[in-house]
Write a protein that binds this ligand. Sequence first.
Ligand code: B12
Ligand code: SF4
Length: 471
Amino acid sequence: MFENATFSVVNKNKMAVKVALVYPYFHPANDNSIFRFPPLGLGYIAAALKKRGVEVELVDCTFMQQREAVERIKRFKPQIVGFYSMFSMKKTTLELAYTLRNESLDGCLFVVGGPLPSWAPEGFLDVFDVVAVGEGEQTMTELVECTALGKDFSNVKGLVIREGKHVVNTGSRPFIEDLDSLAFPTRDLFDNEAYKKYYHEHFGYSTTSMITSRGCPFSCDFCSRPIFGADMRTRSVGNIVDEVEEIAALGYDRVWFSDDCFTLNRNHLLDVCGEIVKRKVDIDWECLSRVDTMDAQVAEWMKRAGCIGVFFGIESGNDSVLSMMKKRITTTQAQSAVYAAKAAGLKVGAFFIVGYPGESNKTVLDTVRFASGLPLDYLSFTLPYPIPGTPLYERVKDLGVSIEDWEEPRNYRLIRHKLLYASGFSEGKLKFAIGKAQAQFYGRRYLGKIGYGVLGRPFERLTDFAFEMMH
Ligand code: B12
Ligand code: SF4
């Protein structure tokens, strides 16, 4: 398929190969999800390739229509096209790659990586030549080298390759131990101005993401971790703050730390905060955290170092459901973490799930009551999404899970979630619970204590009853 492409190695360190890296995420106009971040993973791969002299075009489709993306990739005339994909992007990934193949790029090598292809490569091999499993920096560099030298890929670890009717796996690639050895993601290839404009228009500030660690040692029942595994690796303090400074110099107002849990290693976190304070880096930041890693001292240091908001995956307001989810936290810990962060002056957000397999009316109502009673600044609910490779998926896969073409729901409804399997609850009932929780949450905020006692409490009782009566 790609043997007629011509490549050459200019010298030992430079390869005359053109690689287009594509993030096939087309944001529809009716999509009201709020977070938008550039594709960090592709930024890391681009940086690794550029170090070897490879010419790279990064096509982030977040602010584009498909036609524009196709034209841009074609104009660049790449010899290799590398796609990112995940759970919610399979359909657009396959569609765009298929279109490109049919529009004069059929001589190219088509590679795909990211969370979903890493877990379920076969589903991509009808359209792609190669799936890269796991961390991509070294894998992609070796793949490009082999292509440039006309060598086959059998010695490149971390690949799943289609060879005629056979699928060949080249063996797993070890994790990158020294994260400091990686070049920073190529922020000059991100559309910084479009992201800044988006955030300014919607929120009045600009933000972008960076990641300081890879891997998470927990095993929550619903969580998919096919890329970075269970061993947490962390960048050094200096290396992290260097990148924070780089982002500040680009004119962003905030950093969003994309780590699975930015606060996991307490001493390291306090050192990072200390270094930000010492260097007087003038930028705000936000992060994800676990409630069992937050206390008054941590929260105060975070605040001092510019943290303005912290987000917890609390998931349930019922301890038995939390243990079913293998969260290894309790509602008491959740409460004290939220109060500690609030007391330090941080804004606090939390994520909850309703309708988990094994839940009852009572546990869902516990969650609604618990979540809406916390002093949060941001409250998010979702239905359980069984991502392939998770214990949750294994449990419900025979109940009609249809994830093959799963995309973020694209409709104008207020609560845009979709129930993917036959659960003991109907989708409508769970959406009712979410609406009820939001109404109670905002009711508490805007009615005041007395007002909520007069209006909110009867509303709670009435809607508790209505919820119980629904299927
Ligand atoms: C930040 C984030 C988001 C951001 C946006 C992400 C973005 N623009 O990239 C927001 C908040 C919008 C988001 C939303 C969602 N997310 Co999200 N997100 C993340 C998070 C926390 C960090 C992503 C990141 O920056 N990673 C760091 C980079 C360095 O890693 P990477 O992107 O994986 O790239 C590496 C490899 O994958 C590989 N690679 C990647 N691309 C390519 C391409 C080639 C050619 C090669 C060779 C290699 C390769 O090499 C890279 C470098 O090592 C991850 C968790 C995680 N730890 O990664 C979840 C994660 C990716 N999200 C996930 C999910 C489920 C979602 C949602 C569906 C949630 C929901 N229910 O709505 C939505 C979907 C939105 C969408 N885009 O369609 C899942 C994906 C699971 C899966 N198996 O597909 C993850 C893994 C979280 C989890 N543990 O469950 N997310
Ligand atoms: S949900 Fe968070 S803490 Fe749990 S396994 Fe996933 S990344 Fe780790």
